[in-house]
Ligand binder design. Sequence first.
Ligand code: HEM
Ligand SMILES: *[C@@H]1O[C@H](CO)[C@@H](O)[C@H](O)[C@H]1NC(C)=O
Ligand SMILES: *[C@@H]1O[C@H](CO)[C@@H](O)[C@H](O)[C@H]1NC(C)=O
Length: 534
Amino acid sequence: MALMEVALFFLRATTPYLLLLVFLLLSFLIYFYLPYWKVRRIPGPPAKFLVGHLPLLAEYGPDIMKFLAKNYGPIFRFHMGRQPLVMVADPELCREVGIKKFKQIKNRSSPTPTSGSAMHQQGLFLTRGSRWSFMRNTITSLYQPSHLSSLIPTMQSYVDLLLRNISNLEKKEEDIPFSELTLRMAIDIIGETAFGVHFGLSNEASFKQHIEERIDDEGDEEDEVSSFLKQHMRSINSLKMDLSSSFSTILGLLVPILQIPCRNILQLIQGTADYKVKQTNKKLCQKIDAIITKRSSERTKCSKDFLSVVLGARESGIGKELFTHNYIRALTYEQLLAGTKTTAFTLAMTVYLISKYADVERKLLQEIDGFGSSHLIPTAEDLNCRFPYLDQVVKETMRFVTVSPLVARETSQEVEIGGYVLPKGTWVWLALGALAKDPKQFPDPEVFRPERFDPNSDEEKRRNPYANIPFGIGPRACIGQKFALQEIKLALICLYRNYIFRHSAKMESPLELEYGLVLGFKRGVKIRAIKRML
Ligand code: HEM
Ligand SMILES: *[C@@H]1O[C@H](CO)[C@@H](O)[C@H](O)[C@H]1NC(C)=O
Ligand SMILES: *[C@@H]1O[C@H](CO)[C@@H](O)[C@H](O)[C@H]1NC(C)=O
């Protein structure tokens, strides 16, 4: 009897708490599953509680999208923690998202590591709405053919430095840390063409040492440039999208509403990854500000580098409002972020692959030698029309290893894609990596064969024109595409006029890659150069 009473009393006392607990649990489940509920009809593999499909990404890397596309069809669900992504892996569906229904899908969703970070959010890549259109229109003029062709001499001068460096190492019969050299070259080229600044990495010996220095070792004596680049490399490396990144990023994947408050707290606590990211980005901002200040004072009416044009845009009415200091800083930083690692990776990957395929190398040398005297510098026009096989080699490299395998977009209204109604705010991502390995568009997709892009081949004629889109698609495609291709082709022509390359015995085989927002090398491409006797 007494026992009964005690139990009843206990129950009465705890009921409100139990109810509260149940209520909280239910709210959490609703919060957690709501995004999934809205796109539940779209097929996808079973998702784990909280982490969703992240374990698949950790295990298989971005290649996982290829397998999912094979099993679940051209449109499927992939859960980055709580957030479902609707992945599109088919040329016609990419055309719908990128071109036909662009009006409803103009914005990009922000990948977790960048959310809440002004330096990333305010660049062209992540700006939204009408601000994006205005910024894009202003910046587009810098990527017009007439402007790009005027950059050839600058690009060529850095290619010459690369060659000089290769020549030194070749004479000493040493390995060439090729992917590192291409990264230096790409950063130098952006420095000069976009900011009018000489970073001097292509002839400075201490770069490697600087970026590889221990993360928490500050060192005051180092010069401005190398410390800037060290911050830059750290900042890039902190943009990981998996479960190995900072705590707030991981939380952002699982319970996004807690990400920003949690980051704000962790950033105050020394020793956390968030603290380090914040410190790095703060320093980076200061360095970028210094570049901007310098350019503002030196720029003249005819300066046509990136920064001068953006600064100039502030002089007209609407530009004054839109190009505030923070936006200019983000745009400036973005040039380095978007324009260096991708281009350098592609160039290094091309040489890596050519060195593996003797037939490709032979055919390419023939075309390059046929162009004319080795002192003749190709014009932008020559690069576009006189090297059809080189074109095919670069295209095939970018298909074979797609440096930017995922492209983020977001719906601004309800829109139908591939037979499914996607509500407003759905994250629709283009799976460029899976698209590039689609056997319907690229027979034997795992075979490296530049000839598949020969304009006269059956394969090329039969292929959907939107199957090969390593730079994205539609009005929001990569703005730097022609810039990157010009740089890559110019470098390849000059390299192969003088040398052929073989893999170093010290390089791992197969080559290991690393996945952040874009692909990188785990240890780098190391090669030996062999001087050509002409
Ligand atoms: C091989 C080199 C490169 C590759 C593979 C690449 C790839 C891409 C891809 C796939 C996108 C997303 C496009 C889409 O949403 O459809 C993109 C966007 C972008 N890229 Fe590149 N890119 C490269 C080089 C560059 C360079 C050299 C620059 C600038 C100097 C650059 C600046 C940008 C910018 C600013 C965006 C955002 C455009 C917008 O949202 O309006 N990229 N890139
Ligand atoms: C994009 O996002 C902005 C701000 O979040 C919003 O105002 C706009 O309507 C969105 N959509 C389009 C098509 O611009
Ligand atoms: C070439 O690169 C190495 C580092 O990889 C550097 O030490 C050297 O100074 C460079 N040489 C030239 C001539 O640029």
